[in-house]
Design a protein around this ligand. Structure first.
Ligand code: GLC
Length: 726
């Protein structure tokens, strides 16, 4: 037998059969793509363009070309679902690390941490055999009502894009593709499957496309997910101008566009409108199933029919197949793809660090924080989020974490017998119960218990906020109020009357109303912290770590202060499924600073346990790069990190521009008391451009630019000017 095999291989070699370049791990990817495509039948090409299960798309088994395994979500690997349904598969080996939400990551303003996050989370995806992670998300927080804001990176496109880039680079270096989402204008959940977004070209370019452009340009993101909504009356999952015109042609992007689950709506648009992999068709992206077979997808048999009947050229098919093959060779068949790991201590360390650096200290009256335990005999912990696991819920980004350290556990670990607890309110069953389904008597009983216990406490730590229940930061629906739910505002107010030493800790993806802000002693906002929530929070409350997070969104004092509100329902959530971004480019701090509307807490704001001095900044221009330098000194008594923010103010231009826009930032290392660090931030001149709608291109106004160096959008510590010539 052996002699026969040897003879056959010698014969093959002598006949110089074409080498299987596509299988050669050392061959150039483009050569592998071109070799593979010549070997595929038309039907095999078609099958590669759509789902073969809930979260996989087909390879070519006959040729040994691997399928693509995909999984949600940006904060960790979603638990395994059944092959063909939204039901969980009930595996026992898919418990993972739940990393902090991406709004928390953005709040760290730490690009090194973002890289560490992308490296760690992609190791967990690789270990679970996934080739594409469905994230990160960089949609813009234009409204604090967006149910999915917790998955995104705030209101500013520069911050969102700059934090996304290291995460994507690190993940793809591990051979796990990111799938940047949701491209584009998916900035609300109300009517998400059908709303048509009306936005100026300038706002589209400068605000909504910008984080995606930066990720394509600087991180070479491998895949992008089309969004459900429409722009110019066409669904973004197959939109010729958006996907073929801007993404693939203008941005010269060679990756694959993947539809959102159920976002594909017809064959001809899917075939000619830039879609490459159709997923989840005939389902609703969360629960609703379909009876259709995968071959009946729009890019399945109907597309194949158009090709075989010559109604569409084979080149249309091959263009898609090349992009999918490229993705397969960059991931599933990439010899550099790592094995990865799951629930390693290194991953928990990253989870903790991102949490610690993402927590934002918003108020600290009389330095009540960090907590000096020797001052207190009875510390009452109130609030359901002290014990509730916030890694569940929220929709497709939900996670089955191996361990969740709750705030209460961590507080008891540090403060022991001093800690007493009271639930304070209840929110019903995780994920399912809407606030209207709750029992008011039960609610009142929890509140009474907390108020009674408060009388014997000398410190209250209130832990509440949102919780990823439906309409409480959850996909497929927006928040219904700017207020906290479950009677929390009344509870916090009454607790503060009993005990003014009250520290409030909130979780959630969005700003919210704080009628009690002047009555409490301290406030930290934590976004969602993942598996190490308790440890990260208590490390900050106890002073083991000095808080260094800064807001990636503006916290308005009143809901009506948000720029779109004055334009009525048309501006949000839309009327008859038409929404008009009437605030244009004046999203977030761009509005609040330019129109002198005082927010409760501005974009970029966050306190530390120490203070920092800024030297007079300098700015020099060479080779089209502006170098801004400033010395940061820790002028307080404890160690801490400072985020330095650079806002550019343009000279008078032909268009109205915000008074200043974020164009650079950097985070110091941990500075000990009295220590100084020289911070140098390079700003390429092109970052100063605005998008000119007359020429449909970016334009830099010549003149003198002022670079404001600040600790937040409203706290400018110094400025430097630079002259930009023609
Ligand atoms: C959902 C979400 C998307 C997710 C996908 C798969 O509807 O919009 O973010 O990745 O479907 O679960």
């Amino acid at each position: 037998m052996k002699k026969k095999i040897l003879l056959a291989s010698l014969l093959a070699a002598s006949m110089s059969l074409p080498a299987q370049v596509y299988l050669d791990p050392n061959a150039n990817i483009e050569d592998r793509v071109e070799d593979a495509i010549t070997r595929m039948t038309t039907h095999e090409k078609i099958q590669m363009l759509h789902a073969q299960s809930k979260f996989t798309s087909a390879g070519v088994p006959r040729l040994g070309i691997r399928q693509l395994n995909m999984a949600d979500g940006p904060h960790g690997v979603r638990e395994e679902l059944e092959w063909n349904t939204w039901n969980v598969a009930k595996w026992t080996n898919d418990y993972i690390v739940a990393f902090p939400s991406l709004t928390c990551l953005a709040s760290t303003w730490n690009t090194d941490l973002s890289s560490a996050y992308g490296h760690a989370v992609s190791e967990e995806f690789a270990f679970r055999g996934k080739d594409i992670m469905l994230g990160p998300g960089v949609n813009i927080q234009r409204t604090p009502m967006n149910g999915r804001a917790f998955e995104y990176m705030g209101e500013d496109p520069f911050l969102a894009g700059t934090i996304a880039v290291p995460y994507i680079k690190a993940s793809q270096a591990n051979g796990v593709a990111c799938c940047l989402k949701h491209f584009v204008l998916n900035d609300q959940e109300i009517d998400r499957f059908a709303v048509n977004v009306n936005v100026s070209e300038r706002a589209l370019r400068e605000i909504y496309l910008e984080p995606f452009r930066r990720a394509v340009d600087e991180a070479h993101v491998y895949t992008i997910m089309g969004s459900y909504n429409m722009w110019k009356g066409t669904h973004c999952c197959h939109h010729d101008e958006l996907l073929n015109g801007i993404l693939k042609k203008e941005w010269n992007w060679d990756g694959a566009v993947i539809s959102d689950w159920g976002g594909t709506t017809n064959t001809l648009e899917a075939a000619t409108g830039g879609l490459d992999i159709e997923m989840g068709t005939y389902t609703d992206g969360k629960t609703r199933e379909s009876n259709f077979g995968y071959d009946q997808y729009y890019l399945g048999n109907p597309f194949e029919k158009l090709i075989t009947e010559g109604k569409l050229p084979m080149s249309v098919l091959d263009e898609k197949v090349r992009r999918v093959l490229r993705t397969i060779f960059r991931t599933a068949m990439n010899p550099q793809k790592v094995i990865g790991s799951q629930c390693s201590e290194a991953h928990y360390e990253v989870c903790r660090q991102v949490g610690e650096e993402g927590i934002v200290l918003l108020k600290n009256r009389n330095n009540i924080l960090p907590i000096d335990a020797s001052k207190y005999n009875r510390i009452l912990v109130v609030g359901e989020n002290a014990t509730r696991s916030l890694t569940k819920g929220g929709g497709s980004s939900e996670l089955k974490s191996l361990r969740d350290i709750s705030p209460l556990e961590a507080l008891q670990e540090v403060y022991g017998e001093k800690v007493d607890t009271a639930r304070g309110y209840y929110s019903g069953r995780a994920v399912y119960d809407h606030v209207d389904m709750l029992d008011p008597e039960k609610q009142a009983a929890y509140k009474k218990e907390a108020l009674d216990k408060a009388k014997s406490a000398d410190l209250i730590i209130y832990i509440g906020g949102m919780n990823k229940n439906t309409r409480q930061d959850c996909e497929n629906g927006d928040r219904e109020s700017y207020d906290l739910s479950y009677g929390q505002n009344e509870l916090i107010t009454e607790l503060s009357k009993i005990q003014p030493n009250i520290v409030v800790v909130t979780f959630g993806g969005n700003p919210y109303n704080m009628p009690w802000i002047d009555k409490i002693a301290a406030l930290t906002h934590c976004w969602y912290l993942g598996s190490e929530a308790g440890t990260a929070l208590v490390n900050v409350l106890s002073g083991k770590v000095s808080p260094s997070g800064k807001l990636p969104v503006t916290f308005a004092r009143n809901y009506d202060d948000y720029p779109y509100v004055k334009f009525g329902a048309e501006a949000y959530p839309g009327v008859n499924k038409q929404v008009y971004y009437k605030e244009d480019i004046f999203v977030g701090y761009r509005h609040f600073t330019s129109n002198k509307v005082q927010p409760l807490f501005p974009f970029g704001f966050g306190l530390s346990y120490t203070t920092f001095n800024y030297s007079k900044p300098s700015a020099t221009l060479s080779d089209d790069v502006i170098a801004v330098e400033v010395e940061i000194t820790n002028s307080g008594k404890t160690a801490g990190k400072e985020v330095v923010e650079i806002y550019a103010a343009a000279p008078k231009s032909k268009v109205v521009r915000p008074v200043r826009e974020l164009k650079g930032f950097a985070k110091t290392r941990l500075l000990q008391s009295g220590e100084t660090e020289l911070i140098r931030i390079n700003i390429p001149k092109k970052e100063l451009a605005y998008f000119d709608e007359d020429s449909h291109s970016w334009s830099i106004t010549p003149g003198t630019y002022t670079l404001h160096v600040g600790a937040s959008a409203d706290d400018i510590r110094g400025k430097a000017t630079i002259k930009i010539n023609e």
